[in-house]
Design a protein around this ligand. Structure first.
Ligand code: SAH
Length: 456
């Protein structure tokens, strides 16, 4: 195969990024937007020795798993990679991806995995599940303000005020903000020139409380006529917090270092189960509250607490899992690197009247060894929920040294999960239970929760 060749191919597999995979005489082609089971005509756009990339030109025969995209910009926008794949098939793909990584990277036996795994937890409604949306702000050709999403891998903005994964209020808030920008001639940020004021808007909503937060990220000081903007925004209803975060830096980090309140509080609240959480613009908070509850309940069940245990919750964010665990444990220690998140975590413990928790700010790989060596704090159960890159080896080593009976690993990347399980399996732990949870329908991302126990 070479560049610009045209060919027909049947899609037999799904790649890690949701693309279709097919073979022509042993040559592998990766084709974006092609669905497993499709017969497609493609144009080769990049050809390597053993594999290449094809552009979908025509669907010759659609797959039985192909469904129409619900969103009009599904193809341009980088957000949903598999909207045209039937939801049941999405779940199957995700579960297989997890099991595949645990087998290949984690070294687990396939048959054993199939035996212990619990069925993937899917969503009742795989749309409108996100409580958080972050929109870059720009201008169109005619100079009107737009908001939306970066077109896959680029920084050009696809205009879309109503992402179907987000809440309906996003649109009302964006209409209000963009109208304001046009009316008062407020400048928007131009990445290349590193000039202009409004960069992003972050919107978060509490699904249980109905409280909404709007945080504007700006490259500079005050927003001209900001009082008018606030007056209009609060008419949307439910808005409890309007803030500004200043970010004058170049680069991909979105939020500034602190926030200034324009209206209301600098946080909103929400519930997961019976626990009330306070959420600030700069803190991590799970984006899918419905599935988060299911995930935490699963993690809690895996932790198998009876009230006597000392539990560590590493990478604890605002203490979401910690406070869930504290209801059933003797003592819970949480560790998190973002100081604002720990401030929220402490506040969250207080507003829920939970006294058997203590939170530490710092890197898990530093705090855990220190607390173990200096304060000899033990661990019966350790829960970890690291970012995609997984756990630092110092964390894993200390977990083993602490001799925890059970380790509950919550992961958003099954490849690094596999790597870390392999390490722990080599140090006297074995996997007992595995469950994938779909927190991000229409995307290729999948959450996994694993229970490991110390082998007697
Ligand atoms: N368990 C929480 C947050 C999970 S997200 C929840 O369910 O809401 C992962 C968290 O790890 C983020 O809050 C991030 O700030 C934090 N983090 C990233 N690297 C870290 C490190 N080296 N040590 C401790 N926390 C870290």
């Amino acid at each position: 195969m070479k560049k610009n060749d045209m060919t027909e191919v049947t899609i037999e597999d799904i790649g890690v990024n949701g693309e279709g995979i097919g073979k022509v005489n042993g040559y592998t082609l990766f084709i974006k937007d092609a669905v497993i089971g499709d017969r497609v005509r493609v144009k080769v756009i990049k050809a390597k020795k053993n594999y290449g990339y094809g552009k979908l030109m025509e669907i010759v025969e659609p797959s039985e798993f192909r469904v129409p995209a619900v969103c009009p910009v599904a193809k341009q926008c980088g957000g949903c990679q598999i909207q045209e794949l039937a939801y049941d098939k999405q779940l199957e793909f995700k579960e297989q991806k997890v099991l595949g990584n645990l087998e290949r990277i984690g070294g687990l036996d396939r048959e054993f995995l199939e035996e212990i795994r619990e069925p993937i937890m899917g969503m009742e409604n795989p749309f409108r599940y996100r409580n958080k949306a972050l929109f870059p702000i720009g201008k169109d050709k005619d100079g009107h303000a737009i908001a939306g999403f970066y077109a896959g891998r680029t920084h050009s903005i696809v205009d879309n005020r109503d992402c179907l994964l987000g809440v309906r209020e996003n649109r009302l808030i964006l209409d209000c903000l963009l109208g304001f920008i046009d009316e008062f001639g407020v400048s928007v940020y131009d990445e290349e020139a590193h000039a202009g004021l409004i960069r992003h808007v972050l919107i978060r909503s509490g699904f249980h409380t109905g409280e909404i937060m709007v945080c504007l990220v700006v490259n500079g000081g005050g927003i001209p006529h900001e009082e008018v903007l606030v007056e209009r925004l609060i008419k949307v209803g439910g808005i409890e917090s309007v803030t500004v975060s200043v970010n004058r830096d170049k680069g991909n980090v979105v939020m500034g270092k602190d926030v200034r309140v324009l209206y209301g509080r600098d946080y909103i609240t929400d519930y997961i189960g019976d626990v009330k959480y306070r959420i600030s613009p700069l803190s991590f908070y799970q984006v899918n509250p419905v599935q988060t509850k299911a995930l935490y309940e699963q993690a809690l069940e895996y932790a198998g607490l009876n009230g006597d245990e000392v539990v560590w919750d590493l990478y604890c964010g605002i203490g979401t899992i910690s406070l869930f665990l504290a209801q059933k444990a003797k003592m819970v220690y949480g560790v998190e690197i973002v100081p604002e998140a720990i401030a929220d975590a402490r506040k969250n413990a207080e507003i829920n009247g939970i006294g058997n928790v203590e939170f530490f700010v710092g890197k898990a790989e530093v705090v855990l060894p220190e607390m173990f060596e200096e304060r000899q704090i033990k661990a019966d159960v350790i829960v970890v929920d690291p970012p995609r890159k997984g756990c630092d080896e110092a964390v894993l080593r200390t977990m083993v040294e602490m001799g925890a009976g059970r380790i509950v690993y919550v992961s958003c990347d099954s490849a690094t999960l596999g790597r870390d399980l392999k390490y722990l399996r080599g140090m006297g732990y074995e996997v007992e239970r595995v469950r994938a949870v779909d927190m991000f329908g229409m995307t290729v991302h999948v959450e996994t929760v694993v229970l490991m126990s110390k082998v007697k």
